[in-house]
Ligand binder design. Structure first.
Ligand code: 15L
Length: 296
């Protein structure tokens, strides 16, 4: 049985994947947070993705990696930089040094969140990130491209929508993916023998999809679920949103500093007061009235 490393395994998506892939792979679970209740076929490999030594340790001897680790919504630049830029580099570099060829990178719909909702996009469009978080995902994809071309790694980038049991709102009727469809997509990424560098969308077979996911289908992905079965109840409770968010695929990420779900924002940001822009000129001091010179 293949050994699969899942980074960020303590998160929501990791927990869905553990359940769905149980018995199909030996799962090595890595996270900076403790992994609760290991099941049969699971081992824990704690690690901080921002530390190269940790990534060299956890990636040793695995057959494939699903890299979910990192900051998963918009956040302050120092956190995005540490977890999603440095962390992503460490993961690819450590995998490469340990001879692990196959990496499945959890990219996001926010790498292309500034496409309008009326547009249908495929895997060939240029990224249009809607946030620092989205930029970090576009970075991860390009890093994967580098490691594929330069070192022959096999990189499968999944622009994931929303992995939940049921779509929580109208936007997610278009980008939702059920946990079992996500596991199907991940299995394609692990098992397809012809992966060089690929970008696919991590979405179910949604009627309202914004994506032409033909690349995923070409590689063998056969989603079974469609968010449409939840549409009536989702739309009945939907309140009108901010028009800017309604216009773009990325929703609130296109304008909000702290992302689509403020309750998940970084602790510093929750209470942070808006800073004054640093490049603004200080207001000029009032000039002292010039005293007329006395005539000699
Ligand atoms: C993402 O990339 C986030 O990780 C997830 O928490 C959701 O916010 C999702 O996008 C989404 O767009 O629904």
């Amino acid at each position: 049985m293949k050994t699969l490393l899942i980074t960020g395994a303590a998160g929501d998506v990791g927990s869905h994947l553990r359940r769905e892939l149980a018995g199909k792979y030996d799962l090595r679970l890595s996270d900076i947070k403790p992994i609760k209740a290991l099941a049969a076929g699971e081992t824990s490999a704690p690690g901080d993705i921002a530390k190269m030594s940790d990534m060299l340790r956890v990636t040793k001897g695995v057959d494939a990696i699903v890299h979910l680790g990192g900051f998963s919504v918009e956040g302050p630049w120092d956190m995005i930089l540490r977890a999603n830029i440095v962390g992503c580099y460490n993961l690819f570099e450590a995998a490469c040094r340990n001879g692990v060829k196959r990496v499945l990178f959890a990219s996001s719909n926010h790498a292309t969140g500034f496409y309008k909702r009326e547009q249908k996009i495929d895997h060939r469009v240029l990224p249009k990130p809607d946030s620092r978080y989205g930029v970090s995902k576009a970075f991860g994809e390009q890093l994967g491209s580098l490691y594929a071309d330069k070192y022959g790694m096999e990189v499968f980038c999944m622009r994931i929508g929303n992995v939940t049991v049921a779509p929580p709102d109208k936007r997610r009727l278009s980008n939702w993916i059920s946990p079992r469809d996500f596991a199907r997509l991940v299995s394609v990424g692990i098992e397809n023998p012809n992966i060089g560098f690929e970008i696919v969308y991590g979405v179910s077979d949604n009627k309202r999809s914004w994506y032409d996911n033909s690349n995923a289908h070409r590689l063998g992905y056969q989603p079974q679920d469609d968010a449409e079965r939840y549409a009536e109840e989702v739309l009945a409770r939907e309140k009108p949103g901010d028009p800017r968010a309604e216009m773009y695929q990325g929703g609130n990420f296109v304008f909000a500093e702290i992302g689509g779900d403020p309750s998940r924002a970084a602790p510093q940001l929750k209470s942070a007061k808006p800073k004054k822009p640093s490049n603004r000129k200080a207001p000029a001091k009032p000039k002292k009235p010039v005293k007329p010179k006395k005539k000699k």
